[in-house]
Ligand binder design. Structure first.
Ligand SMILES: [Zn+2]
Ligand SMILES: [Zn+2]
Length: 355
C-alpha cells in the first residue's frame, strides 16, 4: 500500500446542502446574527416572513437557527432561503469541516474512535465528490448523508478533527467514496456494483460477522411484482462478483440486474427486507425464500467491520485498509481540477435501499 500525504494548500469551496426538505412547507423562522433580504434564487408569487421582514428570498449568516414544524436546528455557514410559490427551500452553504461532525454522529454515532475516524474520512471524500442534486451538492437525508447542522457529540467532533483534511484518493484523483452497513465478510468493487471503476475494490473482511437475513414471498406475489407469469424457476442467479453478490439474475425467466431486482423488491415488499444482493434462493412449496448475508451494497467502507476491528486503530487508518487497499490517504488536493469529480446520480429509492 502506498501512502501519500500532501499538505493542504487551499481548501475546496464550501458545500451546498439542501436541508429540512421534509419539514419545510410555507413558513420558517430563522434566527441569525445577520439576515439579509435579497434574492439568491428567483422568487415565486408568495412571500414568507422572517421576523418583521417580508422577503421573497433571504440570506442568513451563521450560526443560523431554523425552527420549522417543531424542529429546531442550527447551521454553521450561510443559509439561503427561497420559495417557489408553494414551499420554502433552504440551502446551507457550509465548509466541509463544519458539515462533517454531524454526519459522523448521524451515520456512525456510538462506534469506536477508529470507526468514527474512518467514517469521517469516507464521508468527507463523499461530500467533496458529490453533486447529487440539481440545486445542491447534497441533501441532508440518507440519500446522501444524514446531516443535522451543528448537532454532534464530542466523539464525532474529535473524529472529524483528528482526520481534518484527510480524504481518500486514487492516484492523483479524489474519487467518490462509499460506505455500507455490513459486508458480511467480503466487500464488492464499485466497478461491479455501480459500473464505476474509481471507488473501492473487493476484499475479504475478516472482522465482519455474516449478518444473516431471510425473506420469503409466495411465488405468485413475486411474479406479480415483476409482471411475469409464475412459471419455471422463480429466481436464478446468473452472475456474481468476487464478493458473492449477485450482479444479474432471472426472475421466472426474465433477465434483470441485481439493482433492478432489489429496487423492485423494495417497492413491492418493503425497503430493507432484501438486505443485500448476496443471497441464495430456495424455491419450494409455492414459496420463494432468499437467505442472505450482509446489509447494503457492499462497496467501500464496511461500518460493522470498522467497528469490530480488534485493536483501536491510530488515526483513521486501519479500518479502511481493509476496504480500500488500493487507495491512499492524502490531504485534500489543492488544484481545482482534482476536486469535485461528480459522483454518479443515484435514484433516491435505490440509495435508501442499498445503504
Ligand atoms: Zn441526496
Ligand atoms: Zn464487513
Amino acid at each position: 500500500m502506498t501512502w501519500t500525504l500532501l499538505l493542504l494548500a487551499a481548501a475546496p469551496g464550501p458545500l451546498t446542502v439542501r436541508v429540512l426538505e421534509r419539514e419545510v412547507r410555507d413558513r420558517v423562522t430563522l434566527e441569525a446574527p445577520r439576515l439579509a433580504c435579497g434574492a439568491q434564487v428567483s422568487a415565486g408569487t408568495r412571500v414568507f416572513r422572517v421576523g418583521d421582514a417580508t422577503c421573497p428570498a433571504l440570506t442568513a449568516e451563521g450560526p443560523v437557527t431554523v425552527t420549522v414544524r417543531g424542529v429546531k436546528r442550527t447551521f454553521a455557514g450561510r443559509l439561503l432561503a427561497s420559495h417557489d410559490g408553494r414551499t420554502v427551500q433552504l440551502l446551507n452553504v457550509v465548509d466541509v469541516e463544519d458539515y462533517l461532525p454531524s454526519v459522523v454522529e448521524a451515520e456512525a454515532g456510538g462506534m469506536k474512535p477508529a470507526a468514527l475516524e474512518a467514517q469521517a474520512v469516507v464521508s468527507r471524500t463523499f461530500a467533496l465528490t458529490a453533486h447529487r442534486h440539481r440545486e445542491a451538492d447534497l441533501c441532508d437525508l440518507a440519500h446522501c448523508q444524514v446531516y443535522r447542522g451543528t448537532r454532534a457529540g464530542p466523539d464525532a467532533r474529535a473524529a472529524a478533527q483528528a482526520t481534518s483534511g484527510l480524504v481518500l484518493r486514487r492516484g492523483e484523483a479524489l474519487t467518490p467514496a462509499y460506505l455500507h452497513a455490513a459486508c458480511g465478510g467480503h466487500t464488492s468493487s464499485a466497478l461491479d456494483v455501480f459500473g464505476q471503476p474509481a471507488s473501492g475494490t473487493a476484499v475479504r473482511d475478516p472482522h465482519c460477522g455474516a449478518h444473516p437475513w431471510s425473506f420469503s414471498v409466495p411465488r405468485a406475489a413475486l411474479a406479480r411484482a415483476f409482471g411475469v407469469k409464475p412459471i419455471g424457476p422463480a429466481v436464478q442467479p446468473v452472475r456474481r462478483d468476487a464478493g458473492g453478490r449477485l450482479l444479474s439474475l432471472r426472475v421466472f425467466g426474465r433477465s434483470l440486474s441485481a439493482e433492478l431486482f432489489l429496487s423492485t423488491m423494495g417497492r413491492h415488499f418493503g425497503w430493507g427486507k432484501v438486505r443485500s444482493a448476496r443471497f441464495e434462493v430456495r424455491d419450494a412449496h409455492g414459496q420463494v425464500a432468499l437467505h442472505g448475508v450482509g446489509v447494503g451494497h457492499g462497496v467501500g467502507l464496511c461500518q460493522r467491520g470498522a467497528q469490530a476491528m480488534p485493536r483501536p486503530a491510530p488515526a483513521a487508518t486501519t479500518s479502511s485498509r481493509t476496504t480500500f487497499p488500493k487507495r491512499s490517504w492524502a490531504r485534500r488536493p489543492e488544484r481545482p481540477s482534482l476536486r469535485r469529480r461528480p459522483a454518479p446520480r443515484r435514484r433516491h429509492r435505490d440509495a435508501q435501499l442499498l445503504r
